[in-house]
Design a protein. Structure first.
Length: 130
């Protein structure tokens, strides 16, 4: 007698890598801030990195491919591989004061907002003395 399950037709895996889902919102009247939440369930926290450059938050890392030896999959939907998400914010933030926490598969990055900096600056011109 055969196995109690039927051998499924083996499909191909999708391209390596994925793009985690994110929520971005703004809150706080006394201390305004942007909050970015990323769904990173199943990731080893040491495989995640954050970078803030101007109005962009970059979340990158990798979800390891699980061992498949000796398994016959019917479905394979949990995405694995490297990822890189660039979140463009609608406000200037203080990168130095940003904080990040990871709980129950959700990364939460809090970015304090700063007043928009004046993009113009006067530079005095001095006469060179000979």
């Amino acid at each position: 007698m055969g196995a109690f399950w039927e051998r499924p037709i083996v499909g191909t895996r999708r391209a390596a890598g994925f793009s985690p889902k994110v929520d971005v919102y703004y809150c706080g009247e006394e201390s305004p801030r942007a909050v970015v939440k990323a769904d990173l369930g199943g990731l080893d926290l040491s495989a995640v990195s954050l970078e803030i450059s101007g109005r962009e938050l970059v979340i990158s890392g990798e979800r390891a491919v699980q061992e498949t030896e000796g398994r016959v999959y019917q479905q394979l939907e949990i995405e694995t591989g490297p990822f890189r998400r660039v979140i463009r914010l609608n406000a200037d933030v203080s990168a130095e004061e940003a904080t990040a926490t990871y709980d129950d598969g959700v990364l939460r990055v809090v970015l304090p907002l700063v007043e928009q900096r004046d993009s113009s600056h006067s530079v005095p011109v001095k006469r060179l003395e000979e």
